[in-house]
Design a protein around this ligand. Structure first.
Ligand SMILES: Cc1ncc(COP(=O)(O)O)c(C=O)c1O
Length: 448
């Protein structure tokens, strides 16, 4: 691969390249998360603040990754940092109960509509693993329904059959008979859902409530309502995986915004204010399967779900998480991030039109996405357009677009990004300027 865009990217990032060369000897493909893998090498970040981050070569970027979606308040929000610093001065791990986990749990119960009890984990993956186990234990059924391409972390049962063209799991190393208890359905199709629930043998339906990959294939509210209706009718549990949408789309997540209450919901990311942490929350009678009962050996040994985890509700995450949820509780940060995203999308669509580019931008709440390539659908109010089918970014254009945007100071997350309440007019202006220049570069290099 050649061209000015790529050679500029290489010229602008000599220190990142040097670190990538070291990393290549240490990590498979040189990275510690699949999504950070990038050709010919990723940028290495030195520090971040608000809506921006800067790399080891002194380049600054408008950041749309936002800690994989965990930073609704932006990088290093002063009150969150202060809470974490104060907590770490008391100790990073007591191996005992502490007041900060109680404050944190009370905020979860205050904000999340389905929350009656909560259990903290260290990640979203652990949260969905626990929720599915709870569902199986509670219903005494084995089967799980998930939706095509929906991401729920990387534990065994949820990694299967994620791609249209893959009948087999997208991750090897999971026994194939594991998938006998997994049913993968087309999203937004009520008929197949009704049919799959028909034998009353499904423990739970789990879904990313705005659609696969933080809404890049949107789910409509009506489908969530259908899941609620049909799971209730068949005594199946409804698990909303709000790891991304929780505390972002509203202080209480999609379940608050759409007034659809699941039986359980899973959370991470914003929950812990940029530190590691996750939780499962929901109805007490389901959560109480985790209970340890004094003097009931049979229950403790045979009828409950065991749960450990060294870093569950560690004081630093608990303090940062509580401060974050406290700041989010009034909804102003959510509204601000949503409004900034709407403005960004409006300006991007104006630019694409002015440059006569077959492209469009759209958003749900503070998550935005791009269509780029031939026959991109026009922009739409996606939440109120049930049949909206985005085309995404043409595969051949994604990498050159990201190089070009890096060269002009923007870090995308996949086909778009996450906006925080710390992003504002300056970040929008910088992003529009970067897109303008990047489109010129893509045209000059013959990609467009
Ligand atoms: C919807 C959803 N569920 C679960 C997870 C897994 O969370 P974690 O990366 O904290 O394990 C993610 C991570 O991106 C996610 O987007």
């Amino acid at each position: 691969m050649s061209g000015k865009i790529l050679s500029d990217y290489e010229k602008l990032h000599p220190n990142s390249r040097a670190l990538a060369n070291r990393a290549a000897k240490l990590f498979p493909s040189g990275v510690t998360h699949d999504a950070r893998s990038f050709f010919p090498f990723p940028i290495y970040v030195e520090k971040a603040v608000g809506g921006k981050k800067s790399d080891v070569d002194g380049n600054t970027y408008v950041d749309f990754i936002g800690g994989h979606g965990s930073l609704l308040l932006g990088h290093r929000h002063p009150e969150v940092m202060d809470a974490a610093a104060k907590a770490s001065q008391r100790g990073t791990h007591f191996g005992s109960s502490h007041n900060l986990e109680i404050d944190w749990a009370e905020l979860v119960l205050q904000l999340v509509p389905c929350a009656e009890k909560v259990r903290f984990t260290s990640s979203g993956t652990e949260a969905t693993m626990m929720a599915l186990r709870l569902a199986r234990a509670y219903t005494n059924r084995d089967k799980i329904i998930k939706f095509k391409d929906h991401f729920h972390g990387w534990h065994d049962i949820v990694v299967g059959q994620q791609k249209d063209d893959q009948a087999l799991p997208s991750s090897i190393g999971v026994p194939s008979n594991f998938y006998e208890s997994l049913i993968v359905l087309e999203p937004n199709d009520e008929d197949t859902l009704v049919e799959a629930l028909g034998r009353n043998d499904i423990a739970a339906v789990i879904i990313e409530p705005t659609g696969a990959h933080w809404g890049s294939n949107p789910i409509h509210k009506k489908f969530l309502e259908a899941i609620r209706t049909h799971t209730t009718r068949t005594a199946t549990l409804f698990i909303m995986d709000e790891v991304i949408t929780g505390f972002r789309t509203a202080p209480g997540g999609i379940q608050e915004k759409y007034k659809i209450t699941p039986d359980l919901s899973t959370h991470a990311k914003i929950l812990a204010g940029g530190f590691p942490g996750g939780c499962v929350t929901g109805k007490s009678q389901i959560m109480d399967i985790l209970e340890l009962r004094e003097s009931d050996e049979v229950w403790n040994r045979e009828e409950r779900i065991a749960h450990q985890g060294t870093y569950n509700a560690n004081p630093v995450s608990a303090a940062a998480g509580s401060k974050t949820l406290d700041l989010i509780a009034g909804g102003e940060h959510n509204h601000l991030a949503d409004a900034t995203t709407a403005d960004l999308v409006f300006q991007l669509n104006k630019l694409f039109q002015a440059k006569e580019l077959d492209a469009s931008a759209w958003h749900m709440s503070s998550m935005w996405h791009l269509n780029l390539g031939e026959n991109s659908p026009p922009p739409a109010d996606v939440e109120n357009t049930p049949n909206y089918r985005p085309s995404g970014i043409n595969k051949a254009l994604l990498q050159p677009l990201r190089w070009a945007l890096y060269n002009h100071g923007v870090d995308l997350m996949a086909d778009g990004g996450m906006v925080s309440s710390a992003h504002g007019t300056e970040e929008i202006t910088l992003t529009i300027e970067a897109f303008d220049l990047a489109i010129n570069d893509l045209r000059n290099d013959g990609y467009l």
